[in-house]
Ligand binder design. Structure first.
Ligand code: FER
Length: 302
């Protein structure tokens, strides 16, 4: 028996390519917020544009970052090859499970290889909000049609209910850290298989980290002055995932912070956080289509 309500099942044909899917484009941008030294870098991300994309419309947007050993192709593949996640998105949109949306697969790395350097990744992830707010969102949302009327901080805040952030593994750490730093630009969060390390890799798995992390999240929700229904977190993993215990610990600690967080076990309950565990799922992107299918259906609702 699963410990949470079950995920809705991803329809079986959602991993089979369809003829008129969206497309993935390579988008280049300049940044000098990657590090403290303001090193200028030219980086790129992949952007999924849904089938029928037109500048005449406004689109919800999801930013996705990869895990510590992953890279920019983790979610959307590249311009040529369709990944399972991209194919599943095509189906969700074609079947009207979700409204057409833009998905950005970005990297917190400087696009040289840091594979395997999980300790280094945590520090970089803690710095990434500078690039996200300073260069990535403004560049992407100037080029593509989102709900942001302009890409100033005020324009991004006004459209925050049309913007979501997600990531798997270390990308999930990035998702929690985005909640801490960019709650003024994002209303929806889908952390997948990763908890929040308060002091980067130094606090990974340390006793007390979950309580300290929940305190940070709690204080942050209060700091921005939003009401409880101004954000929604859909936290997911599998019970055979290496992130299961740490994430479960974090969720338990968040459950005690009832002032700013209220758990909604399904869409019928009101609340601003949900916790779902997939029985048998382990630490793999294989489960991301299922997590996206369930999470995205609950996003951008108000
Ligand atoms: C976690 C478990 C594992 C987590 C990250 C990992 C951020 C990353 C593992 C790896 O990259 O090997 O709870 O939280």
């Amino acid at each position: 028996m699963s410990e949470t309500k079950p995920f809705n099942r991803l329809p079986q044909d959602y991993l089979t390519p369809i003829p008129n899917g969206g497309r993935v484009v390579r988008f280049e941008y300049d940044t000098n917020t990657y590090d403290e030294a303001a090193t200028p870098l030219q980086k790129f991300c992949y952007v999924y544009l849904p089938q029928g994309y037109t500048e005449e419309k406004h689109y919800n947007i999801l930013y996705a970052v990869h895990g510590g050993e992953g890279n920019i192709e983790a979610y959307l593949g590249n311009c040529e090859t369709a990944s399972p996640i991209r194919i599943a998105l095509d189906h969700m949109i074609a079947n009207c499970d979700i409204e057409p949306l833009i998905v950005v697969s970005a990297t917190y790395y400087n696009q040289t290889s840091l594979a395997g350097n999980v300790g280094g990744a945590a520090d970089i992830i803690y710095h990434f909000h500078n690039e996200l707010a300073g260069d990535l969102m403004p560049s992407v949302e100037s080029a593509f049609s989102t709900y942001a009327e302009d890409v100033t901080p005020a324009g991004l805040e006004k459209s925050r209910r049309h913007r979501a952030f997600t990531g798997f593994s270390m990308g999930s750490l990035a998702t929690w850290v985005t909640f801490l730093n960019n709650l003024d630009a994002f209303a929806y969060f889908l952390p997948m298989s990763g908890d929040l390390w308060v002091n980067g890799a130094r606090d990974r798995g340390t006793p007390g980290n979950a309580e300290a992390a929940a305190d940070l999240l709690d204080a942050n929700a209060a700091k921005y002055g939003y009401a409880n229904d101004d954000f929604f977190i859909y936290a997911v993993t599998g019970d055979e995932d290496i992130a299961y215990q740490p994430m479960k610990g974090l969720i338990q600690a968040i459950r005690d912070r009832t002032h700013n967080f209220a758990f909604a076990e399904d869409a019928a309950e009101s609340g601003n956080i949900r916790w779902r565990v997939e029985p048998g799922a382990y630490h793999s992107y294989e489960f991301v289509p299922l997590y996206f299918y369930n999470g995205l259906m609950e996003f951008f609702k108000k």
